[in-house]
Design a protein around this ligand. Sequence first.
Ligand code: 5CA
Length: 437
Amino acid sequence: MRLTRFFLPTLKETPSEAQIVSHRLMLRAGMIRQASAGIYSWLPLGHRVLKKIEQIVREEQDRAGAVEMLMPTIQPADLWRESGRYDDYGKEMLRITDRHEREMLYGPTNEELITDIFRNAVRSYRDLPLNLYHIQWKFRDEVRPRFGIMRGREFFMKDAYSFALDYDGARHAYNQMFVAYLKTFKRLGLHAIPVRAETGPIGGDLSHEFIILAETGESAVYCDRQLLSFDIADHDIDYDGDLQPIVDHWTSLYAAADDMHDPAACPLSGDALVEARGIEVGHIFHFGTKYSKPMNAVVTTPDGTEAPVEMGSYGIGVSRLVGGIIEASHDDAGIVWPEPVAPFKIGLINIRAKDDGCRDASDGLYRKLLEAGVETLYDDTDESAGSKFAQMDLIGLPWQLVVGPRGVKAGTVELKNRKSGEREELSAESALNKLTG
Ligand code: 5CA
């Protein structure tokens, strides 16, 4: 993408309304703009990151056996009356009346809608287990939307819903999502810790939040220091196999969110106990028959009787992750994207756009990178070299490839690694080999 054709409204000044670094950097890097409190437009750079994260989340859901679909943002109120949540949800729910005076709402989550789809289509235990997910916008009229997209009113969520015949089946579905979440967050370059959590308005008796540590996080976490060095294996997981040992390993040590932390029951003290702040990037729930019973989502069992299905739901804050990743990966100059989610892999900088030699060399490199399928943002503007470097550092692409008059004469380019700051001077060909290899 040529910068002269792109839309990248970066800001030199630090926006005064932003209280945390990710919000500041997202505004400065031209990723988002506020439409109204807690509601944002995703500008091209931000949109690319959002889609990268969404795709990684999708791939790991698919791998774990969940099946993608898409439900609407607007739902009928009547379904929520059946579960009893229409009144319980209170002011966080955005209620809408259509032209026929029918009560609708902008979905804050989808347990009712998916249960309705399920009960109309599935009758037999033979069709179980089933895990359906979608990645869709949600709306919660938060009292205090803040920190940009971290606590938005409109936000992008992956939500999966599992259906099983009995508790064991439901527990297996829970474990599948538990492990898929560890894999997902690792691929995003994050270290997420599963902590026991309160179930809140979703309900149920078993629940874990996945938290990444960050000073600016809204959640307090209390956990065993050893959990900070736990790692999930890189090799493929057999999601049909027994996942309980992995889940047991990760839940063997003390880890609790604020509302579940009990100092009297906590076995840790001193240095062994981490008391930190974190960002909740995912939350999984087992809630059994909380929705299937009142909504009559039943299947025939092997012995010919009928039973309400055992359900769970599993959320990942896809838009929140954009901010979470920035909180975890930035420096004084700007964002430092982990490669898997970077909006482009390379920033190609022509520092002398008006010089014929520089332009020819840069155009040539750009063409070759495109041909090799490497996502490249090509700064072909005639801004000063200083402001080009500052802007590239701000938007945080993993690699910067710099073409200048001295190098063009010598047949070299400069390659800078954004994260380490290391620069090397090398031939254009070796640079291309390195970046496309
Ligand atoms: N139905 C369940 C699971 S699908 C559910 O809604 N869970 S949740 O309420 O915990 O939300 C799932 C995830 O969405 C959270 O872990 C968080 O990462 C993200 N999230 C929740 N509220 C917001 C918000 N206001 N802004 C941004 N992300 C949010």
